[in-house]
Design a protein around this ligand. Structure first.
Ligand SMILES: [Zn+2]
Ligand SMILES: [Zn+2]
Length: 276
């Protein structure tokens, strides 16, 4: 039984996550050029035309840069809310096939995809829960979070694998050369989640069968992978978490995380080491 997730790259220069089952291939966001998307999918042995649907979380270009070209070149169906569709008009020529990402979610073969509204400065931003019908397992993807609201936290609590934003180190942001207004925006409730808030959220969501956490959307200027990893690992030490903790890079795809296998290892097998 297949239920996997991989990052094609994550950060302010582009975001896309690939979720696969035995019968479906879904992208959550496609924020890279067509050339980069094709190259990164190929590196995971994925033919771009085999993608069934692209779920668009919000209109910011680091999530949408490749949706128009993907829809036209490879026939990708797009799923987004009507407000996000309107905000993406400059990227589209009107002939792309799209469907409404409604509150109750959409089904793609054996996957159910549900949007959860988030706090972020876009017109209709969403976190995404993907449920795999054959196993009942869920992946939660929540980047671009100003703050983790109660509905987002409740939805993520039930997941077996999490992709969580760890955008910036608070001190690095404070001491950065960004103008005051930009610092306020990034750190504010319509901006991005700091390492500290990500650590608190991860600790709150940790449970013994949580297979893994992939930290994503790291700021190039105000964070680095070691800082984000260490801060969140520290937050997880006193919890029941025994899954893997990893950090998504901006410039290359991650490995494929096999969610069924990760959960099986926590349920039956010997405990894997905390940080691999
Ligand atoms: Zn973003
Ligand atoms: Zn955004």
């Amino acid at each position: 039984m297949t239920f996997t997730v991989a990052s094609l790259g994550s950060g302010s220069q582009g975001n896309a996550f690939l979720v696969e089952s035995d019968t479906a291939r879904v992208l959550i966001d496609a924020g890279f050029s067509g050339v980069k998307l094709a190259r990164r999918l190929e590196s995971l042995d994925v033919e771009p035309r085999s993608i069934n649907i692209v779920v668009v979380t919000h209109e910011h270009r680091d999530h949408t840069a490749g949706i128009g070209v993907g829809a036209r070149r490879w026939g990708w169906q797009l799923a987004m809310t009507p407000a996000t569709r309107d905000a993406c008009t400059p990227l589209l020529r009107g002939k792309e096939s799209w469907q409404i990402l409604c509150d109750t979610g959409i089904s793609v073969a054996d996957l159910k995809i549900e949007p959860i509204p988030t706090s972020h400065d876009a017109v209709d931003p969403m976190a995404i829960i993907i449920e795999h019908a054959p196993s009942g397992l869920r992946i939660g993807i929540a980047t671009d979070l100003g703050r983790p609201t109660t509905p987002v936290r409740n939805a993520l609590r039930e997941c077996s694998f999490l992709i969580l934003e760890a955008n910036h180190d608070e001190r690095m942001l404070r001491e950065s050369s960004y103008p005051w207004g930009v610092k306020q925006r990034i750190g504010g409730s319509g901006g991005h989640l700091s390492n500290g808030l990500a650590a608190n959220l991860a600790a709150e969501l940790a449970h013994p069968k949580l297979g893994g956490i992939l930290l994503a959307h790291l700021s190039h200027e105000c964070n680095n992978p070691d800082l984000a990893y260490d801060r969140v690992a520290e937050g997880l030490v006193s919890t029941s978490f025994s899954g893997i903790l990893a950090v998504a890079g901006q410039n290359k795809p991650s490995k494929r995380f096999d969610v069924c296998e990760l959960v099986r290892a926590r349920t039956n097998g010997p405990q894997l080491s905390l940080f691999t």
